[in-house]
Design a protein around this ligand. Structure first.
Ligand code: HEC
Ligand code: HEC
Length: 337
C-alpha cells in the first residue's frame, strides 16, 4: 500500500512538471514564432517592423524612420504579390537569365563577401513569390535591408537596375520554374541553398566545395594540394565573416542542437528567431526544406535509419525475454505458494 502511495505521488509530480511547469518555462524563455508554411508574403517582415515601432514608442524613441520602413515594406510585398499574378513567359525569361549568369556560373568566386550559388535547381529550391521578391530587391527579399542604406549595395543588388519591369521579373521566374526545377538530391539542395555560407564537417563539405582526396609526398610527408585547399577555405571564410559580421556556424550536428520548429521557422525568416541575426532569409519551398533537412539529419544523426530498423526487433526480443522471465519466476515460486 505504501509503495502505491509513493508511486502515485511520483507520478503526479512528474505529470505536473511535464504538462504544466515545463511548457510554462518554455513559453517564458522562448518567444513563440509562428510557422508560416513556407509562404513568403512579407507578413513576418511587416510584423517585425510593427513590433520595433511599438518598442520605440514605449521607450519614447523617434519612430519616423521605422514608419517609413513599414510603408516601404508594405508597398514592396504588395508589388511582389501583384507580379506573382502576371503570367510569365519562360522563353522571354531565358534572355534575362543570361544576366543572372554574369554572376551565377560554374566556378564563380567570391564577390562582395559571398560566392553566388549555383542556380541549377533554383526553380525547385525557392518559392515563386520569394524569387520574384529576390529579383526585384535582393536585400528586401532576404530581409537584410536594414544593413544597407541603398539596397543596390547588396552583393546581388546590381540586378535591380538590370531587370526592372514587372513583366521581365515574371518572365525570368517563369523560366526558373520551368527549366531549373529538375529533381535534386539532399546534397544538392544543401549545397545550393546553404553551402556557400555553412560548412558541414561530418559530410566533408566546406564553403568552397567538398574536401578533395589528396596524397602526401612520400619523401617529405607534405600534402601541397591539401594545404592549397585549406588556404582557399580560409580565404573564403574570412571574406564571409567580413560580409556577415561572423562566420556562419558549422551545421554538422545542428539537428541535435535545435528543434525542428526552430530550424523551419529560422530558415523561413531568421529574424523571427534571432532578431538582428546576420543570416539572410533563404526562401525554400516545403519540399526543398525537407531535402535540406534530410542532408542535415544524415549528417547529425547518421544512424537514424538503422535505429528505426533495429527498434522493433529489440522490442520483440524484450517481449520474448519478459515472457521467459515470467515463466521462470512461476517455475521457481511454484512450490512456495
Ligand atoms: C551582380 C551579381 C548577381 C546577379 C546579376 C545575380 N545574382 Fe543572384 N546572387 C548573387 C550573390 C552574390 C548571391 C549571394 C547573396 C548572399 O548570400 O547574401 C546571390 C544569391 C542568389 C540566390 C540565392 C538566394 C537565397 O535566398 O539564398 C538566388 C536564387 C539568386 N541569386 C538568383 C538570381 C537570379 C534569378 C538572377 C537573375 C535574374 C540573379 N540571381 C542575378 C549575385 C548576383
Ligand atoms: C548568406 C549566408 C547564409 C546562408 C546562405 C545560410 N546561412 Fe545559416 N547562418 C548564417 C549566419 C551568418 C549565421 C549566424 C547567425 C547568428 O549567429 O546571428 C547562420 C546561422 C544558422 C543557424 C544557426 C542558428 C542557431 O543559432 O542555432 C542555422 C540552423 C542555419 N544558419 C541554417 C541554415 C540553413 C539550413 C541554410 C540553408 C537553407 C542556411 N543557414 C543558409 C548565414 C547563412
Amino acid at each position: 500500500m505504501r509503495e502505491l502511495k509513493i508511486l502515485a505521488i511520483v507520478v503526479t509530480f512528474t505529470l505536473i512538471t511535464y504538462y504544466l511547469v515545463e511548457p510554462f518555462a518554455h513559453s517564458q524563455m522562448h518567444k513563440h514564432v509562428e510557422f508560416r508554411n513556407f509562404q513568403y508574403d512579407g507578413k513576418s517582415d511587416i510584423e517585425e517592423v510593427e513590433h520595433k515601432i511599438k518598442v520605440a514608442k514605449a521607450n519614447n524613441e523617434p519612430t519616423k524612420e521605422l514608419e517609413k520602413k513599414l510603408e516601404e515594406k508594405k508597398k514592396f510585398w504588395s508589388e511582389v504579390d501583384k507580379i506573382s499574378k502576371i503570367k510569365g513567359d519562360p522563353v522571354a525569361g531565358e534572355g534575362t537569365y543570361a544576366m543572372c549568369q554574369g554572376c551565377h556560373f560554374d566556378g564563380a568566386t567570391n564577390m562582395g563577401g559571398v560566392t553566388p550559388p549555383s542556380l541549377e535547381h533554383a526553380g525547385a529550391l525557392y518559392d515563386k513569390k520569394y524569387l520574384i521578391a529576390l529579383v526585384k530587391d535582393p536585400a528586401m527579399a532576404m530581409n537584410v535591408d536594414h544593413k544597407y542604406k541603398d539596397d543596390s549595395m547588396h552583393p546581388m543588388g546590381a540586378i535591380m537596375s538590370m531587370v526592372s519591369s514587372d513583366q521581365d521579373i515574371a518572365n525570368v521566374v517563369a523560366y526558373l520554374k520551368e527549366k531549373k526545377a529538375g529533381k535534386m538530391d539532399a546534397t544538392e539542395a544543401f549545397v545550393e541553398a546553404c553551402g556557400r555560407c555553412h560548412a558541414d564537417r561530418y559530410m566533408k563539405w566546406t564553403q568552397v566545395g567538398f574536401v578533395p582526396k589528396t596524397k602526401e609526398n612520400i619523401k617529405t610527408g607534405q600534402d601541397i594540394e591539401a594545404l592549397k585547399f585549406k588556404q582557399k577555405v580560409a580565404e573564403e571564410q574570412n571574406a564571409l565573416a567580413d560580409y556577415l559580421g561572423k562566420l556562419p556556424p558549422d551545421l554538422s550536428i545542428i539537428v541535435r542542437a535545435r528543434s525542428e520548429h526552430f530550424l523551419k521557422t529560422f530558415v523561413e525568416d531568421p529574424q523571427t528567431q534571432l532578431p538582428g541575426t546576420a543570416m539572410p532569409r533563404v526562401g525554400l519551398t516545403k519540399e526543398s526544406y525537407e531535402k535540406v533537412n534530410e542532408f542535415l539529419e544524415d549528417s547529425g544523426d547518421a544512424k537514424r535509419h538503422e535505429r528505426a530498423e533495429l527498434g522493433p526487433i529489440v522490442l520483440v526480443y524484450l517481449l520474448i525475454f519478459a515472457l521467459f522471465a515470467y515463466l521462470w519466476k512461476r517455475e521457481v515460486w511454484r512450490d512456495l505458494h
